[in-house]
Structure formats: structure tokens, C-alpha cells
Design a protein around this ligand. Structure first.
Ligand SMILES: CC(=O)N[C@H]1[C@@H](OP(=O)(O)OP(=O)(O)OC[C@H]2O[C@@H](n3ccc(=O)[nH]c3=O)[C@H](O)[C@@H]2O)O[C@H](CO)[C@@H](O)[C@@H]1O[C@H](C)C(=O)N[C@@H](C)C(=O)N[C@H](CCC(=O)O)C(=O)O
Ligand SMILES: Nc1ncnc2c1ncn2[C@@H]1O[C@H](COP(=O)(O)OP(=O)(O)OP(=O)(O)O)[C@@H](O)[C@H]1O
Ligand SMILES: N[C@H](CCC[C@H](N)C(=O)O)C(=O)O
Ligand SMILES: [Mg+2]
Length: 485
């Protein structure tokens, strides 16, 4: 593509130096991925500054550069100075790949908890309706039935465009994607026009990245400036606030309050949830075989979004009844033992409270929880997570999640600050040993909750990513315990 075509799509150019008639063979924001003919976009990062890698990029074959700083590049290399490189990356990628997002119907789901689950439920409904779809989110990328790993919940704009093209090539028409607050703030989704934006809830997380809760809220709100229509959980105080501030067609959903879609006669037990959906007098029985009040909310979120897509309630009810859960979300590990083991991705105070409240409602014996908190993430959520776990568990083991660059013991100490005084617990830094201990001590009727890592099949310790899967580790010790009997 001619550089001129890319330039025409950039909204905030400050200056252009060098030849505009060059051909761009590819775009990248990482100098290590530059090829002959690449356009390199220099991003001022949180750790590094892409401008420091311009020389490398040119050595590797870049013919053009987009950046924010005043630069003098060698003759023959195009330099486009813009106000915001991340915004420019989104605009350049969209035009370079032929605006693939415009050819897809994309539903964006935002909120602190429930994004992954809701996107999966939407996909299940689209499948039942016979509409070819894809999913983009924490657990990975789904292109029709193909599943690929993903590094981020919401990929960088350039990568998103590449994924959209791949989806279109495979015949995908609908995309159900998670939209993280990071992605909204860092302009990863700026050039997507969402058919529907969904708001699940907003509670504390990511206060390391967002300077305040208000900044977190405003980032989430941006999704609705990019959406044609909205589906909002109006039982959530921030959902109510959001609703009052939007002027696009909106469907609200609730269990408690007044809403367009209301769940009535809600029944929750260890097998899942059932409720009567009331949508302006139209009623439909919904069965979803994953327990928890949050399962009702996630079903309502998916139904609201799919109503906007024109899917009928019968199809939706059929689809939800068939869903057998989402990887790592309230996932049972069953080796025939006489107690329950659940692996769940809860990694926020609210997520933990929801999952523990659900367990409390059906547990016959003790609740034993194994959990930690991620390193290089919001530190202020750690004592709050500790408080919630100590409030609901009969016994718990504080261990490591993904410590990343931090000292695992220091993270555990942060969690410990929030504990209830009467807590019965121990600290075991090694997650494998912690899971082993919980399984050894469990007896008939107990529930062992292993929280925080869900579907993750790795653990990040310093710079190392080691293979680790809570489900496999639990299975191994369950088998061992079975053999000892
Ligand atoms: C905080 C955050 O989102 N950081 C993202 C940000 O990194 P950064 O700006 O700090 O990058 P950097 O390492 O400082 O480097 C600056 C630039 O120099 C470039 N570079 C670097 C080295 C080199 O040799 N050559 C080179 O060109 C880099 O490619 C980058 O463009 O831009 C990078 C490039 O797009 C992202 O990879 C990176 O995501 C990191 C890995 C990350 O962990 N992000 C997490 C926090 C995140 O986004 N999480 C949300 C999920 C939240 C949720 O689910 O609740 C998500 O959507 O996944
Ligand atoms: N609607 C909900 N409200 C509160 N908690 C929920 C809800 N749905 C799921 N949870 C809990 O939060 C955990 C994470 O759920 P899920 O993965 O769907 O959220 P997410 O928003 O995608 O998270 P992430 O930000 O990490 O991508 C679940 O394992 C469950 O314990
Ligand atoms: N998307 C979330 C996931 C947290 C999962 C938990 N296992 C951790 O590593 O903190 C984040 O990146 O903050
Ligand atoms: Mg997710």
C-alpha cells in the first residue's frame, strides 16, 4: 500500500518529512519484527520508549516511521510526526488491512468481571442461531471452531486487525470480544464500531494502571462512544450511572431493580441457575448449568446483546441450556472423590466474593480456599482479597499466583494485612504444594476452591514462564489421594 493512503487516514498529523510515495509492505510497533518495507510505529511505552528503537528499525528495513517526537531520520526514510502514536497505530492498521472491522458485526463486552464468560455465552447463542462467529479474549481466540492462544485480553490494534482479516477469510460474520479498560485507554479499539457494547459491572481492579477509580470508569465508558447500542447491568451502581450518561439505544438488565430484561423466580443450586426471563411481558424459562448469581447476570448480558442482533429468545434459551461452562470458570475437577474441587479465575475482591458466596450456598462441609494475587498488578486489591477469603472460608492457604517481578512473600504479606483476626490459615509460597495441602486436608462434603488462575496453563515467576495448570495439579493430587485409600 502507498504511504499516502495510510497518511490520509491519520487524524492528528503534526508534520511529515521524507518521501510520501513509498510503498508500505507491513506495519509493526516492535523494531524486532520489522521487515524490508515496514512502517514502524514508535510508541512511548510504560517500560521502554519505541523512539529509542527507530535506528534498529531502519537497520532492519523500515522505510517509514510514525512517532511523536521531533526526529531527523536518514534521507529516503519517511517520518510522520503525530500527536499520539497509539491512535495513529489504530488508524494506520485499520486502513492497511482494508477496514476489516467494518465487515464484521462486533459485540464488545467490558466490565471488571464476567467479560470472558459473557463472550462465550454470546458465541454459544450465535452458534445455535447458525451464525458463524469468533471470540477474542483472555482464554484465547476462537475462529469458528478453531482455538488459538492469546497473550492479552484485548490485543493491540494492529494485531486485532490481523485477526479480523483471518476471521473474514474463514467466513466469520460475528465477533464477540472482551474489551479491557487497558485497551480502551491505550487506543487499541479506537477504530472499531461495535454493534453492541455490553457493561457487566465495575468493582475494584487495575488501580495500578488507572490513576483512580474514576479513570477506570471513564475508560470503560469509552466503549459506549464506540458502540451503536448498549446492554447494561442496571443492578450495578456504575451501570446505573453509565446508563444515565449515554444517549444510544440501551437495553438494561437486572435481577433486583427495574429493567428492560428482568430475571424472575431465580433459583440457584450446585447444578446451576434457572430463572424466568421477563422482557416486556414476553417470558422465557432460562436454564444455565453453572451455579452462582453471577451466572444469571452473565446470561442476561448475553441475551440482551443477542436481542440487539435480532436473535429470538427460543434459540437463546436452547443455546444457554447446552453450555457446559467456560474453561477455568467455576470448573469442577472430578476424580470421583467425595468432596468438590473447583478451579476458578476469580482474581478480584468482587470475583472472589461472588464465587465464595455461591459455594457457601450449597457446601455441606468446610470451604478450603487456595489463592494468591498477581505481582506487578494493583497492590491495593490484595488485603481486600484476603478479607473476602477469610470471611467466607473455614480454612485457607495463601500462596503465589503469578508473582512476576515481585517477591512472592511480599505479595502474601500484603494479602495477610486484610485478614479477619480469627482466620485459620497457612502460607505456602509454592502453589503446587499449596494445592497438595488443600486436597490432603479435604474430607467428605468439603469444597476446595483453587482461585485466581483458572484456564492459565503457566505461572510467571520473574522472567520465567513455567508450565502450570491448577486443574492438572489438582487432578494429580486427587489421584494420589485416591490411591492412598
Ligand atoms: C500496561 C500495558 O498495557 N502495556 C502494554 C504496552 O506496553 P508498553 O507501552 O509498556 O511497552 P514497552 O515495553 O514499554 O515498549 C514500548 C514500545 O517499544 C517497542 N520496542 C521494545 C523493545 C524493542 O527492542 N523494540 C521495540 O520496538 C515495544 O514493542 C513497544 O511498542 O504496549 C505494549 C505493546 O502494545 C503491550 O504489549 C503492553 O502490554 C503488556 C504486555 C501488559 O501486560 N498489558 C496488560 C496489563 C494488559 O493490557 N491487560 C489487559 C487485561 C486486563 C483485564 O483482563 O482485566 C489486556 O487487555 O490484556
Ligand atoms: N458477572 C460477574 N460478576 C462478578 N463476578 C463474576 C461474574 N462472572 C464471573 N465472575 C467471577 O469472576 C471470575 C472471572 O470471570 P471472567 O473470566 O468471566 O471475567 P473477566 O471480566 O473476563 O476477567 P478478566 O478481566 O481477567 O479478563 C470468574 O471466575 C468468577 O469467579
Ligand atoms: N487480566 C488480569 C488477569 C489476572 C489473573 C491473575 N492470575 C494474575 O496474574 O494476576 C490481569 O492481567 O490483571
Ligand atoms: Mg477475561
Amino acid at each position: 500500500m502507498k504511504a499516502m493512503n495510510v497518511l490520509e487516514n491519520l487524524s492528528e498529523i503534526l508534520s511529515v518529512k521524507g518521501p510520501k510515495d513509498i510503498n508500505i509492505a507491513s506495519i509493526t510497533y516492535d523494531s524486532r519484527k520489522v521487515e524490508k518495507g515496514s512502517l514502524f510505529v514508535a510508541i512511548r511505552g510504560f517500560k521502554l520508549d519505541g523512539h529509542d528503537f527507530i535506528e534498529d528499525a531502519i537497520k532492519n528495513g523500515a522505510v517509514g516511521v510514525i512517532g511523536e517526537k521531533e526526529m531527523n531520520l536518514p534521507d529516503g526514510v519517511l517520518y510522520v510526526r503525530v500527536k499520539n502514536s497509539r491512535k495513529a497505530l489504530s488508524q494506520a492498521s485499520s486502513i492497511f488491512f482494508g477496514k476489516p472491522a467494518e465487515k464484521l458485526k462486533i459485540v464488545g463486552v467490558t466490565g471488571t468481571n464476567g467479560k470472558t464468560t459473557t463472550t462465550y455465552l454470546i458465541k454459544a447463542i450465535l452458534d445455535e442461531a447458525g451464525l458463524p462467529s469468533g471470540v477474542i479474549g483472555t482464554v484465547g481466540l476462537c475462529i469458528k471452531d478453531k482455538v488459538l492462544p492469546s497473550e492479552r485480553t484485548t490485543p493491540e490494534s494492529l494485531d486485532l486487525n490481523r485477526i479480523f482479516v483471518e476471521m473474514l477469510d474463514e467466513g466469520v460474520e460475528y465477533v464477540s470480544m472482551e474489551v479491557s479498560s487497558h485497551s480502551l485507554k491505550l487506543h487499541r479499539v479506537d477504530d472499531i464500531r461495535f454493534e453492541v457494547g455490553v457493561f457487566t459491572n465495575l468493582t475494584q481492579d487495575h488501580l495500578d494502571f488507572h490513576e483512580s477509580f474514576d479513570d477506570y470508569y471513564s475508560s470503560k465508558k469509552k466503549l459506549f462512544y464506540l458502540s451503536k447500542r448498549a446492554a447494561i447491568n442496571i443492578d450495578d451502581p456504575n451501570g446505573r450511572r453509565m446508563c444515565g450518561e449515554l444517549d444510544i439505544p440501551t437495553l438494561t438488565y437486572a435481577i433486583e431493580g427495574k429493567a428492560d430484561l428482568k430475571a424472575e423466580d431465580v433459583r440457584i443450586d450446585s447444578n446451576g441457575v434457572t430463572f424466568k426471563l421477563n422482557f416486556y411481558g414476553k417470558q422465557k424459562n432460562i436454564v444455565y448449568k453453572v451455579p452462582g448469581k453471577f451466572s444469571v447476570y452473565n446470561s442476561l448480558a448475553a441475551i440482551s446483546a443477542c436481542l440487539f442482533l435480532g436473535i429470538d429468545l427460543d434459540t437463546m434459551a436452547k443455546a444457554l441450556e447446552k453450555v457446559r461452562g467456560v474453561p477455568g470458570r467455576f470448573e469442577p475437577v472430578d476424580e470421583g472423590q467425595d468432596f468438590t474441587v473447583i478451579v476458578d479465575y476469580a482474581h478480584t475482591p468482587d470475583g472472589l466474593e461472588n464465587v465464595l458466596m455461591t459455594i457457601k450456598s450449597f457446601v455441606k462441609g468446610k470451604i478450603i480456599t487456595v489463592f494468591g494475587a498477581g505481582g506487578d498488578r494493583d497492590r491495593s486489591k490484595r488485603p481486600l482479597m484476603g478479607r473476602v477469603v477469610s470471611e467466607y472460608s473455614d480454612y485457607f492457604i495463601i500462596t503465589s499466583d503469578n508473582p512476576r517481578s515481585e517477591d512472592p512473600e511480599a505479595i502474601i504479606n500484603d494479602i495477610e494485612k486484610g485478614l479477619d483476626k480469627n482466620s485459620k490459615y497457612e502460607k505456602i509460597v509454592d502453589r503446587r504444594a499449596a494445592i497438595k495441602r488443600a486436597i490432603e486436608m479435604a474430607s467428605r462434603g468439603d469444597v476446595v476452591l483453587i482461585a485466581g488462575k483458572g484456564h492459565e496453563n503457566y505461572q510467571i515467576i520473574k522472567d520465567e514462564v513455567i508450565p502450570f495448570d491448577d486443574r492438572e495439579v489438582a487432578r494429580e493430587f486427587l489421584k494420589e489421594k485416591g490411591r492412598m485409600r
